[in-house]
Design a protein around this ligand. Structure first.
Ligand code: BV8
Ligand code: ZN
Length: 243
């Protein structure tokens, strides 16, 4: 793949890079994204039917089972070449921040160090009442497991629609985006807020914006460089061009 020489030149002398990733970077690991029509996670359900406190209150078993299914799917996959290319990029850049909307833990599994999980991690489970994290729970498939401490219902440690993002991670993400010299938006449709606002925060502070995504998004008209294709193919080529 031929990259514009001025992008490569700029990348080689840049000290502060911020990357925002979405479900698209995990697609080549075999995980469904959210909005892909044919096999998207939400093709069968609407987000508010599953990923919200109201959904959990209304039908805790449906929500618990959907996340149990997603945990099993994640345990069966490995990071792909796109994840590993971001690990390599981090090693070359003085200040590298990887902000992810993904809850699959694949960036950390691949070896990325400075990762901000804005929407939590579906492999972590916490009590809906007292918040205690737990790694073990009953395997009774008839009911949602309960907290050993307070008998509250267990839930995935992810951010649902209508819930606030973890303050520390969000504040770090916003300040990193504002300081970025180059901001990459990779594998995200740029729909979900406030994650989608990070690219605009970077752009308003003079950052060069690069989008790598299978298809155009609402951000595309505002970026300096747009590469449409698979992140698992484009990212390794880009890192190779930096070497
Ligand atoms: C909050 C965890 C309030 C759970 C997730 C109206 C307007 C604006 C905003 C709102 C609104 N109404 C409501 C809101 C707020 C809402 C929101 O943004 N709604 C959207 C739907 C409009 N946001 C919230 O509720 C947030 N909280 O605002 O709090 C508040 C404020 C104060 C006090 C109290 C409360 C919480 C948002 C977090 C929701 N949780 N995940 C779970 O996973 O189940 S979001 C979920 O969507 C995932 O995290 C996912 O990452 C994220 C975004 O989706 P993408 O990652 O972009 O995935 P998608 O499928 O959309 O796109 C993939 C892209 O990859 C595609 O473009 C595809 O072409 C591309 N692709 C595919 N394959 C590849 C590829 N690209 C490259 N290579 C490939 N191989
Ligand atoms: Zn509890």
């Amino acid at each position: 793949m031929n990259f514009p020489p001025d992008l490569i030149r700029f990348l080689t002398k840049t000290e502060r890079i911020v990357v925002l990733t979405g479900a698209g970077v995990s697609q080549e690991s075999g995980l469904s994204t959210f909005r892909d029509s044919q096999d998207g996670l939400w093709a069968r359900y609407k987000p508010e039917d599953l990923a919200s406190p109201e959904a959990f209150t209304r039908d805790p078993k449906l929500v618990w089972d959907w996340y149990a299914w997603r945990r099993e799917a994640i345990k069966g996959v490995r990071p792909n070449a796109g994840h590993y290319a971001l690990v390599e990029m981090e090693k070359k850049i003085t200040e590298f921040t990887l902000i992810t909307q993904n809850v699959d833990g694949l960036h950390c599994l691949a070896g990325s160090k400075n990762v901000l999980e804005l929407h939590g991690n579906v492999l972590r489970v916490r009590c809906a009442d007292c918040g205690t994290l737990t790694g073990t729970w009953g395997d009774d498939t008839e009911s949602v497991p309960r907290c050993e401490k307070c008998d509250g219902l267990l839930r995935p440690d992810v951010v649902w629609f209508g819930e606030s993002l973890p303050r520390a991670e969000l504040e770090s993400a916003v300040s990193a985006a504002r300081e970025a010299q180059i901001f990459f938006s990779i594998g995200t449709s740029g729909v979900v807020q406030p994650a989608a606002a990070l690219a605009h925060a970077a752009r308003n502070n003079g950052s060069v914006i690069v989008e790598i995504n299978a298809e155009p998004t609402p951000l595309t008209p505002k970026v300096d460089f747009a590469f449409h294709g698979k992140s698992g193919e484009i990212l390794p080529e880009l890192v190779k061009a930096l070497t």
